[in-house]
Design a protein around this ligand. Structure first.
Ligand SMILES: [Zn+2]
Ligand SMILES: [Zn+2]
Ligand SMILES: [Zn+2]
Length: 152
């Protein structure tokens, strides 16, 4: 049987003891369909409104926070004051990527053609940080800022 998009994530949410409400399911399904894109809460609200006309922006914000707290989504900012969300793809997954963000136009370039040194270095940093701070690292969001080719 073909795996339904988002199925794994919905299960993960249930494992965390959270009820699988329609907005939660809707957000997970929408974001797993677009794993390499980055949406603001407003954009997610706009999309979900098509399917759930009664949904409110507050519900969207609350649901997004809950999904972040349970490790299903990553939240990050690119400097325009708006939080962006994406499915939290763990480092071994094919969707895992890092960002190059343009400070002029806000473009986000994903890359996952990591050089070996980058992967090795990150592993070393994670081991050392976990020890130093007795902190269990579950994922990371790596972002480099600068000026893109079009804005130069
Ligand atoms: Zn991303
Ligand atoms: Zn990474
Ligand atoms: Zn740019």
């Amino acid at each position: 049987m073909k795996e339904i998009k988002g199925f794994k994530w919905c299960n993960k949410l249930k494992q965390c003891g959270c009820k699988l409400t329609l907005p939660r399911q809707g957000i997970i399904t929408f974001l797993t369909k677009n794993p390499v894109k980055h949406f603001t809460a407003d954009e997610i609200y706009f999309e979900l409104k098509k399917k759930f006309p009664n949904i409110g922006l507050t519900t969207i914000y609350r649901t997004l926070e809950l999904l972040v707290q349970n490790g299903l989504l990553s939240k990050f900012e690119i400097g325009d004051g708006k939080s962006r969300y994406e499915i939290s793809a763990d480092t071994t997954s094919a969707d895992h990527h890092h960002h190059l963000t343009c400070i002029k136009c806000g473009k986000i370039i994903n890359y996952n053609n990591f050089i070996e040194e980058e992967i090795d270095l990150l592993k070393k940093i994670e081991v050392s940080l976990s020890k130093q701070h007795k902190f269990k690292i579950t994922n990371h969001v790596i972002q480099f800022q600068g000026i893109c080719h079009d804005c130069k």
